[in-house]
Design a binder for this molecule. Structure first.
Ligand code: NAD
Ligand code: UGA
Length: 343
């Protein structure tokens, strides 16, 4: 029987919280660090966390794929701080929770400088675990469905150990995240750190980079620019797309709950890339052409989360269907590309 982490209780007590907790200037606010908070999912997470007046949010980001623009409504807010920081360097601050998202997510960006991607996943996660250990913070890692590689089991439950190429062009990301998960559990067992691991499946929504290279952003930008939708061959490969507000809700529930994870967070609705292209065409621009193009190596052929664990342990399941989420993203892309809605 695969031991998947959930019954691995720690023998060591967690470290004491920062001594500042006992100082006379003690503030009861929850201090939350979001690494990668200037990115797509991170900035939506920050919006949600900032809604709670008891939260102070600190974002650390090196702006590789993120942007200050995504956080502009919070810059200058007394409960918000933005730090230009690369997580491959240590960070010495006092916080109660860490959402560790920093890592390029789109394949074109994570393959751009693969050695840096590995450093971000391994050294970056070590640094954030070191911070969690020093101050007694709870830490959540945004891992990925890519830890299942090109899966041989469908849909993928958390107990599946995956089918991953260790020497391929995607390995800097998927093996990097696998090591990051290992580090999380080793810090948990060895040092008593409170950990949470989310395995995120393809997420989409407003604020994705327009030329991000991921399939939903590509298709919407192409449809709005009047360019052919580039379906990578064979087009029968599948993905399951989760709207970003559902994702943020799942991440917060995981952080606040009692279970370490790993927990799959994603929308089980499964589509082939040809079906996705047809849907974008129908909803956004029926005149657009669909063009088959060459694929990249090691592209997973099928992907769909088994979310039984998220349902049972977090009481979570996604609410936004693809057909309802795409128009919300279209609106954001129209305003950023300056393409008005047709009558
Ligand atoms: N969006 C998805 O479909 C998806 C799926 C699975 C997992 N994830 C994970 O979720 C997290 C966020 O993904 P996203 O889609 O928002 O991506 P994103 O690229 O929009 O955001 C990543 C953020 O991390 C920052 N960053 C990258 N390297 C850094 C470093 N060394 N130091 C500091 N900051 C750094 C970037 O500048 C950016 O702001 C990532 O960890 C990703 O692996 C995302
Ligand atoms: O969800 C996940 O776990 C992972 O999924 C994605 O990786 P991937 O699924 O390969 O994402 P895309 O680049 O959006 O590709 C999805 C599919 O669309 C296809 N595609 C992509 C782009 C395009 O223009 N056309 C097209 O058909 C690709 O071949 C692939 O089969 C994310 O980019 C990773 O960050 C994330 O960790």
């Amino acid at each position: 029987m695969a031991n998947n982490g959930e019954n691995q209780t720690t023998t060591k007590p967690p470290p004491l919280p920062s001594p500042l907790r006992f100082s006379k200037f003690f503030q009861s606010n929850m201090r939350i660090l979001v690494t990668g908070g200037a990115g797509f999912i991170g900035s939506h997470l920050v919006d949600k966390l900032m809604e709670n007046e008891k939260n102070e949010v600190i974002v650390a980001d090196n702006y590789f794929t993120g942007s200050k623009d995504n956080l502009k409504k919070w810059i200058g807010h007394p409960r918000f701080e933005l730090i230009r920081h690369d997580v491959t360097e240590p960070l010495l601050i006092e916080v109660d929770q860490i959402y560790h998202l920093a890592c390029p997510a789109s394949p074109i960006f994570y393959k751009y400088n693969p050695v840096k991607t590995i450093k971000t996943n391994v050294i970056g996660t070590l640094n954030m675990l070191g911070l969690a250990k020093r101050v007694g913070a709870r830490i959540l890692l945004t891992s990925t469905s890519e830890v299942y590689g090109d899966p041989l089991i469908h849909p993928q439950p958390e107990t599946y150990w995956g089918n991953v190429n260790p020497i391929g062009v995607r390995s800097c990301y998927d093996e990097g995240k696998r090591v990051a998960e290992t580090l999380m559990f080793d810090y948990h067992r060895q040092h008593g750190i409170q950990i949470r691991i989310a395995r995120i499946f393809n997420t989409y929504g407003p604020r994705m980079n327009i030329d991000d290279g991921r399939v939903v952003s590509n298709f919407i930008a192409q449809a709005l620019r009047g360019e052919p939708l580039t379906v990578q061959k064979p087009g029968t490969q599948t993905r399951s797309f989760c709207y970003v507000s559902d994702m943020v809700d799942g991440l917060i529930r995981l952080m606040e709950g009692e279970n370490t994870g790993p927990v799959n967070i994603g929308n089980p609705g499964e589509f082939t890339m040809l079906e996705l292209a047809e849907t974008v065409k129908e909803l956004i621009n029926p005149e657009i052409e669909i063009k088959m193009v060459e694929n990249t190596p090691d592209d997973p052929r099928q992907r769909k989360p088994d979310i039984s664990k998220a349902k049972e342990l977090l009481g979570w399941e996604p609410k936004v269907k693809l057909r309802d989420g795409l128009p919300l993203m279209e609106e954001d892309f129209r305003s950023r590309l300056g393409v008005p809605k047709r009558n």
